[in-house]
Design a protein around this ligand. Structure first.
Ligand code: ATP
Length: 209
């Protein structure tokens, strides 16, 4: 599970998802847009349109799935609920992984039921350029005894481990920078898939910040 606001999806997200799929030998990567992200401002674009952009971005990429399940729930989009749903579908024995960037990881202790995340899944933290702040004491306590240093060590159990992973392609790319460029009428070519750029243009999304 690779969740996010995806406001809009960009090549940093998509390339990371492909490399996670490969590095961890996953069956599939569910990319799950948050309907109502609990810990940040309301996204600029409506959930259904962000899901639509994600679908366009993924296209026919093997192994990646645009998963709209958080749009079907009311209230804040808690990852723990999404993981519980995936656990029900895949069963107790399945190895489930929640992937997130280092910036998101730094706030993990503030998430809803953070301990339960580890009961449901392994966590994989993707290194992100420009995001290297130290861990808080609450986060250090939360992850104590969970860290492993190789992907193979996550294979042994269905959930409960933590792996920090430097993927081969690190992109200093953020949706904030893309929204900013669009609002200023500057080019976003090669920062997101062409189909996503075409839809943003056609629907005049992100024109005003
Ligand atoms: P914003 O700038 O609006 O905060 P973002 O680019 O960080 O957006 P999100 O949708 O918030 O994108 O991120 C979804 C997930 O993808 C998070 O776990 C985030 O850390 C991760 N992520 C975002 N951009 C990258 C990137 N360039 N490389 C690796 N991971 C990324």
């Amino acid at each position: 599970m690779f969740g996010g606001t995806f406001d809009p999806v960009h090549l940093g997200h998509l390339r990371s998802a492909v490399e996670l799929h490969e590095a961890l030998a996953l069956d599939r990567v569910h990319m799950v847009p948050a309907c109502m992200p609990p810990l940040r401002d309301r996204p600029q674009v409506a959930p259904q349109e962000r899901l639509n952009l994600l679908r366009l971005g993924i296209g026919d990429t093997p192994g990646l799935v645009a998963d709209g399940r958080e749009l079907e729930r009311d209230g804040p989009s808690y990852s723990v609920d999404t993981l519980a749903g995936l656990r029900d579908e895949y069963g107790r024995e399945a190895r489930l992984i929640m992937a997130l960037g280092h910036d998101a990881f730094l706030r993990l202790a503030d998430w809803h039921e953070p301990q339960r995340l580890f009961e449901l899944a392994h966590l994989v933290v993707i290194d992100r350029p420009d995001h290297a702040a130290p861990l808080s004491s609450a986060l250090t306590e939360l992850i104590a005894g969970r860290e492993v240093d190789r992907p193979e060590l996550l294979m042994r159990r269905a959930a409960g481990g933590l792996l920090r992973l430097a993927l081969p392609t690190r992109m200093a790319l953020s949706a904030t920078a893309i929204r900013q460029r669009l609002a200023e009428g500057r080019s976003v070519r090669y920062l997101l898939p062409e189909a996503v750029e075409r839809r943003i243009d056609a629907a005049s999304l992100y024109r005003h910040s």
